[in-house]
Design a protein around this ligand. Structure first.
Ligand code: GDP
Ligand code: MG
Length: 153
């Protein structure tokens, strides 16, 4: 079983609409373990790195601007196959195509204002966690329910 860590950003669309508790609750209830969380006001510099793969898109600056209209909440979630599990809970990029039951499917009608960011591979998660967290901000502890969560695997 591969225990992974993944990065989730609660975007301004989550903060402004009061969805922080709801979004975090979904990951918690699934059984992912929260090992880091902070509120940060992102800068154009870090957003240019974070969205480097979209730098040629016409919406690049608009996207970056939308990510710094207010602070965001950044989390690190840990669990078996955490990267894939979190992406499944989040849903596809265009919220209008995202399935009911996913965060984007339930809470958004937008491609851009789609409530959450989640790392899309283990390699990307490692890079993104280093970008947004110092190692000392990620806590190693023993979640008491671990044996219950994974008992039959
Ligand atoms: P994600 O991994 O599902 O978040 O999607 P991407 O990595 O492809 O894109 C990053 C973010 O850019 C998305 O979550 C959206 O907020 C935004 N985005 C992607 N495609 C578009 C688009 O066509 N138009 C706009 N305005 N924003 C987009
Ligand atoms: Mg992406």
């Amino acid at each position: 079983m591969a225990v992974e860590r993944t990065l989730v950003i609660l975007k301004p669309s989550a903060i402004q609409r009061g969805l922080v508790g709801e979004v975090i609750s979904r990951f918690e209830k699934k059984g992912l373990v929260l090992i880091g969380m902070k509120m940060v006001w992102l800068t154009d510099k870090i957003l240019s790195e974070h969205y480097m793969h979209l730098q040629k898109k016409l919406f690049f600056q608009r996207l970056k601007n939308s990510m710094k209209i207010c602070p965001v909440v950044i989390c690190c979630w840990e669990g078996v196959d955490a990267v894939k599990v979190v992406r499944t809970i989040v849903g596809v990029t265009n919220s209008r195509d995202a399935l009911p039951g996913t965060i984007r499917g339930d809470y958004s009608m937008s491609m851009q204002e789609n409530v959450v960011h989640a790392s899309d591979s283990v390699e990307v998660a490692n890079v993104e966690l280093k970008r947004f967290f110092d190692e000392k901000e990620l806590y190693v502890y023993n979640p008491v329910l671990l044996s219950t969560l994974y008992a039959s695997d």
